[in-house]
Design a protein around this ligand. Structure first.
Ligand SMILES: Nc1ncnc2c1ncn2[C@@H]1O[C@H](COP(=O)(O)OP(=O)(O)O)[C@@H](O)[C@H]1O
Ligand SMILES: [Mg+2]
Length: 233
C-alpha cells in the first residue's frame, strides 16, 4: 500500500452513522435522545460538542465508549464496530468519579489494574502524577484535594491506558474559572504530547473555541447536529 493510501485509511478514527437512541422514561413515554446523528472525527483532532442540557451529549459519549447500545446506526472506532468498552477509548465522566476510598496514586493505578496491566506499568503512575502536577499528593484521598485536582486525577486515570480517543464529559463544569483555565492548558499540553483524539462535551463556548479544531453544535432533543464550526488556529 502506498503512503497515500495508508493516510486515507487511517485519517478517520471515529465514524458515527445514522445513530438513533431512544429511552423509555419513568412514565412510559418515549424519549428520543439522539436521532440520525452522523459525525466523522479525524485522528488527532480536538472536537468539542456543545448543546443544551438534555440534548443527548452524555448519551453520545456513552455510545462511543461502548457503555450503551444504539437502537440503530453504527459506530466505527479505528475501523472496528463498537460493541463493548474498548481499551482505545478513555472516559472522564461528568461527575466526580474517583473512588473515595483510594488514594490519588491508587485511583490512577485503578485504570491499569482494571486492565490487568498494573505490574508492567507501575512506573507510569508516578509519571502521570508528575504530568498532571500532583507530585506530593500521591497518598492523599479524594476528599483531601480540591475539585480541580480531582478532575486532573480522573484525566490521568483515563490517560494511563494510552487511549487513542479521550472522551470528556463536561470535566470542567463545576470548577471556578482559574482552575478551569489551568485544566484547559493541561489538556492541551497532554493532547499535543500524546497525539490523542479528544472529544469534549462542554457548555462553555469560549472553552470550545480555545481548545478545539471543530465545534459540533447540537439541537435540543432529539439531539442532532445543528452545525459544525471549524476553528481557525
Ligand atoms: N437511562 C435513561 N432513561 C431514560 N431517559 C434517559 C436516560 N438517559 C438519558 N435520558 C434522557 O435522554 C435525554 C438525553 O440525556 P443526556 O444524554 O444525559 O443529555 P445531556 O448529557 O446532553 O444533558 C434526556 O432527556 C434524558 O432525560
Ligand atoms: Mg450530560
Amino acid at each position: 500500500m502506498s503512503e497515500k493510501d495508508l493516510s486515507v485509511v487511517s485519517d478517520t478514527i471515529l465514524n458515527i452513522k445514522s445513530l438513533n437512541r431512544t429511552y423509555i422514561d419513568d412514565s412510559g413515554n418515549t424519549v428520543e435522545a439522539l436521532k440520525d446523528f452522523n459525525l466523522s472525527v479525524r485522528r488527532g483532532e480536538f472536537v468539542s460538542v456543545i448543546g443544551s442540557s438534555g440534548c443527548g451529549k452524555t448519551t453520545l459519549l456513552r455510545l462511543i465508549a461502548g457503555l450503551d447500545k444504539p437502537e440503530s446506526g453504527e459506530l466505527i472506532l479505528d475501523g472496528e464496530k463498537i460493541t463493548e468498552p474498548a481499551s482505545q477509548c478513555g472516559y472522564v465522566f461528568q461527575q466526580g468519579s474517583l473512588f473515595p476510598w483510594l488514594t490519588v496514586e491508587k485511583n490512577i493505578a485503578a485504570g491499569l489494574k482494571a486492565r490487568k496491566t498494573y505490574k508492567e506499568n507501575k512506573g507510569e503512575v508516578a509519571r502521570y502524577i508528575d504530568l498532571i502536577g500532583l507530585k506530593g499528593f500521591e497518598k492523599s484521598f479524594p476528599h483531601q484535594i480540591s475539585g480541580g485536582m480531582a478532575q486532573r486525577v480522573a484525566i490521568a486515570r483515563a490517560l494511563i491506558n494510552n487511549p487513542s480517543v479521550l472522551l470528556l464529559d463536561e470535566p470542567m463544569g463545576a470548577l471556578d474559572s482559574f482552575t478551569r483555565a489551568d485544566i484547559q492548558d493541561k489538556l492541551l499540553e497532554l493532547w499535543k504530547k500524546n497525539k490523542i483524539t479528544m472529544l469534549l462535551v462542554t457548555h462553555d463556548v469560549d472553552e470550545a473555541i480555545y481548545l478545539s479544531d471543530r465545534i459540533v453544535i447540537m439541537t435540543p432533543r432529539p439531539g442532532r447536529i445543528e452545525k459544525i464550526i471549524e476553528v481557525d488556529s
